[in-house]
Design a protein around this ligand. Structure first.
Ligand SMILES: Nc1nc2c(ncn2[C@@H]2O[C@H](COP(=O)(O)OP(=O)(O)OP(=O)(O)O)[C@@H](O)[C@H]2O)c(=O)[nH]1
Ligand SMILES: [Mg+2]
Length: 333
């Protein structure tokens, strides 16, 4: 199974500013040289950068502390200390940076190659050359550098897939992912087989799209029943949803409305997405009759397929592609 990490707790710290320097010119023929202490370098900052090729937060699990370097102290001859090196934290697009203590969302990093400075390094202190006055021409004082800042962060990754699969447990979501993509999710004939989201890439007419399979959703999920609702955040950013309806389920005709209800309680964003309804397991007996009843009940188009015989899969893929292409065209206009 694909290794999937969607949350990490890390500690970040920006660098301390280097202290300013106290120093005086001392040259052979200038016995009482003026102050020439240079400034301390600024501390390094904590910077986030998104990289499209990263798919998980796995690398944040390996290294939990991300500390920028301190600024160097100022030196004589008005030489400034070097700035401390920044720490750059690379994350996939779709990453949320949250203050672990307050729960405040600090940044939502959506796009590829986005850069965000979370904590600036402490300013370097001024050297004593700045403090000479007419009454004190030899100041023995320089500023200390300002401290860096430290935060504990919760980093959350919302998967960005084109299509999010939504269905009751056991509807056949993971099976669909496994026949359309190279992903190998766990499949079994009992509810709640899928415990973490799976991603796969499907290709149709030379175009590739990402499909996300999440745990099944049941009635009351939005009130914390079952597992599914925790994972709805992973499909909040998908371009579209694909509802998988299970013809084996006794609630067959009501499944779509029940699912929609749960999604609605979770977020309006989900419910306003373009969607498609597909009935799985068409190889089973009586599924044709069930679909006729469903179509009458829903009064909207319903696609059908079987992951066993592969009937209907091509049509399903073309339909998904055309909806995603339409959405993408609308977005670029
Ligand atoms: N006959 C038939 N069985 C199917 C088809 N698709 C899935 N199944 C079976 O349905 C059962 C559930 O499939 P899964 O893919 O694990 O269902 P799921 O929706 O991912 O379930 P959860 O992860 O529990 O939410 C398995 O026994 C599959 O073999 C199909 O098209 N035809
Ligand atoms: Mg599953």
């Amino acid at each position: 199974m694909q290794h999937f990490v969607d949350e990490a707790i890390i500690k970040v710290r920006s660098g301390k500013g280097g202290p300013g320097c106290v120093s005086f010119r001392r040259e052979k023929f200038i016995p009482f040289g003026g102050p020439n202490g240079g400034d301390g370098g600024d501390g390094g900052s904590v910077i986030f950068q998104t990289k499209e090729n990263l798919r998980t937060l796995y690398q944040l699990k390996l290294k939990r502390n991300f500390f920028a370097k301190n600024g160097q102290p100022g030196m004589g001859w008005q030489k400034s200390g070097k700035k401390g090196a920044d720490i750059i934290i690379e994350v996939p697009p779709g990453t949320l940076v949250i203050d672990q203590e307050t729960g405040e969302l600090l940044k939502d990093l959506t796009f590829n190659d986005e850069t965000f400075t979370l904590l600036k390094g402490g300013k370097g202190g001024l050297g004593n050359c700045h403090f000479a006055t007419s009454t004190n021409q030899a100041p023995r004082y320089a500023q200390p550098g300002l401290p860096g800042k430290e935060l504990t962060l919760k980093i959350e990754l919302k998967l960005i897939a084109d299509v999010g699969l939504v269905g009751f447990p056991n509807a056949g979501k993971s099976t669909l992912l496994s026949v359309l993509t190279k992903a190998q999710p766990k499949i079994a004939n009992y509810p709640f087989t899928t415990l973490i989201p799976n991603l796969g890439v499907f290709t149709i007419a030379d175009e590739s799209f990402v499909m996300a399979d999440i745990p099944g959703i049941i009635e009351g999920a939005s009130n914390g029943v079952g597992l599914g609702i925790d994972f709805l955040k992973h499909i909040e950013r998908t371009k579209m949803l694909l509802y998988i309806i299970d013809p084996e389920d006794s609630d067959f005709e009501q499944q779509y409305e029940k699912l929609k209800n749960e999604l609605h309680t979770f977020s309006d964003k989900l419910i306003n997405k373009p969607f498609l309804i597909a009935v799985s397991k068409m190889d089973l007996e009586d599924s044709e009759t069930a679909v006729e009843l469903l179509k009458e009940h829903l009064k909207q188009p319903v696609l059908t397929y079987s992951a066993v015989t592969h009937q209907g899969l091509k049509e399903l893929l073309y339909k998904l592609k055309s909806i995603i292409n339409r959405i993408e065209n609308e977005q670029t206009q």
